[in-house]
Design a protein around this ligand. Structure first.
Ligand SMILES: [Zn+2]
Length: 492
């Protein structure tokens, strides 16, 4: 063999062995992110009265209706009265402002005016129970029933547990004699389920007028995910560090129609179908950046070796991940901007070729894209002048991504691990939308998290039948809120 070829082969061989060694080493040594949080004593709370109050909170039908005229102001006002009666210390020590009559802005003045406030937000409105499904519930949706170790009722998860557990934590801290160094603000919206325009947006505008900058903000969002995959036993607290944007595009085609006995080769319907198909076959690029690795890191050590090898070497296997995981809807949704054709409209008669065809496609925009880049992508892939692409109202860019190596993230992570010892914590994209999007002018640090234990099967309970939260889980939420408030107050 010619020496130079032998030398090349040898080099190649050494590199290959080296590469395999790196892959195996990374797979073998990937570990849980270290947890270095000292254990703390849990606060002593009077659980029976805490449980009674939350059960009662679930009986208020604070429904955000689809039609504005169905809004029932007296229900919202009686809920506000209930909160005032239930938390006397809180209403004595914090300033309360009613924003737009029904939303609540509380300020707990800190002793150190140099520290930017921290803000905790949530909402007390809920979605209706779908008419006709009332009897599908194991326990009635509006009775606040406690059974089988759970609170049952609309709002148990979304988001009365978040709101009421925060009130409980503050009431407890005041009883304990705690005084915050940093100002703590609460923003409790009354219309999150229909966009938060009258509640959260107005609260945020009020704070902006006052020139207030917030150190960080925590809203509802991701849960403590349990049984994420087969074989993964340990729960993971997922912190939403960004949320996706929203865009609907209408695609229109106009052609001469005619009788279907002598069709042209292409018709408005076939041109439109091809356009939709081209978009479907050419998804936008997936994101294989560090965030994906961090999202999977807590579960990677528990995966079977093959999966572990892939996920601990994302730098090499992004193509494989792409082909294997893009078929799983929730992973695909976390990886990229998704596309879903939702309306297809054409034709009036079975033997007439229609002159026009239109379709609406809905996109949920990954933070690495934006409204304009999605529109560009669609035009490029359709690549047909006969198809016009029109943006529909309510388009929204994705949120900025909060730095998950920041001090603010660490404060939240510490509070989680104090309340839930040894719980791994991971950053992730939140796939839905929350009130937090109205606050981006006030802070760079927005987190979407509630310590609600949820399995994939619980997904259908949110906005669905049999919404519930474990009684012991609710008590854990209060412990978490207490840790969060204490830690938030004292850090620099
Ligand atoms: Zn919600």
């Amino acid at each position: 063999m010619i020496p130079i070829i032998r030398k090349l082969l040898l080099t190649f061989f050494v590199l290959l062995i080296g590469l395999i060694a790196v892959i195996l080493y990374r797979a073998a040594t990937i570990s849980q992110p270290p947890i270095d949080v000292d254990p703390v004593e849990h606060a002593e709370i009077d659980s029976s009265s805490v449980v009674d109050r939350f059960s009662e909170a679930l009986t208020y039908r604070t429904i955000s209706p689809q039609e504005p005229e169905d809004f029932e102001p007296e229900v919202f006002l009686s809920f506000i009265d209930f909160v005032e009666d239930s938390y006397p210390n809180l209403h004595e020590s914090l300033e309360r402002e009613l924003i737009n009559d029904y939303s609540l802005l509380y300020t707990w003045e800190g002793s150190d005016p140099d520290k930017d406030p921290v803000m905790l937000i949530g909402h007390y409105d809920v979605v209706p129970v779908e008419p006709g499904t009332e009897d599908d519930w194991s326990y009635p949706a509006w009775d606040g029933t406690i059974a089988e170790g759970f609170f049952w009722g609309r709002g148990a998860i979304d988001d009365k547990s978040g709101v009421i557990s925060t009130f409980e934590a503050i009431e407890h801290l005041i009883e304990e004699g705690f005084e915050p160094e940093r100002t703590i603000m609460l923003g409790i919206g009354h219309d999150e389920e229909i966009g938060g325009l009258e509640g959260a947006r107005k609260i945020a505008e009020t704070l902006k007028e006052r020139d207030i900058q917030i150190k960080y903000l925590i809203d509802e969002g991701m849960p403590i995910a349990e049984q994420i995959m087969e074989g993964i036993d340990s729960p993971v607290a997922m912190i939403g560090v960004a949320e996706k944007g929203y865009l609907s595009l209408r695609l229109n085609v106009r052609q001469s129609g005619g009788h279907s006995s002598m069709p042209a080769n292409e018709t408005s319907i076939s041109i439109l179908s091809d356009a939709i198909n081209n978009i479907r076959q050419n998804p936008m690029d997936g994101d294989f950046s560090d965030l994906l690795r961090q999202t999977f890191r807590p579960i990677t050590p528990e995966l079977p070796f093959a999966e572990r090898m892939v996920l601990s070497n994302i730098w090499l296997f992004s193509g494989l991940i792409e082909s294997q995981f893009s078929n799983i809807p929730y992973i695909n949704a976390a990886l990229r901007t998704t596309f879903a054709p939702t309306i297809f409209d054409s034709g009036v008669k079975e033997n007439v070729i229609p002159q026009s065809a239109s379709a609406i496609a809905n996109f949920r925009i990954h933070p690495m894209d934006d409204v304009e880049s999605v529109k560009d992508h669609v035009r490029r892939k359709v690549d047909d002048d006969r198809v016009t692409v029109e943006e529909m109202p309510r388009a929204r860019n994705p949120s900025p991504v909060t730095d998950y190596e920041s001090e603010q993230y660490r404060i939240l992570q510490t509070a989680i691990q104090e309340a839930f010892p040894d719980m791994p914590v991971a950053p992730i994209f939140f796939l839905a939308a929350t009130d937090s999007r109205h606050y981006h002018d006030l802070t760079d640090h927005v987190f979407r998290f509630r310590p609600i234990r949820a399995t994939p099967a619980d997904q259908t309970r949110i906005h669905g039948t049999d919404e519930r939260i474990g009684v012991s889980n609710y008590l854990e939420m209060i412990q978490f809120q207490i840790r969060l408030l204490k830690n938030s107050s004292q850090t620099d």
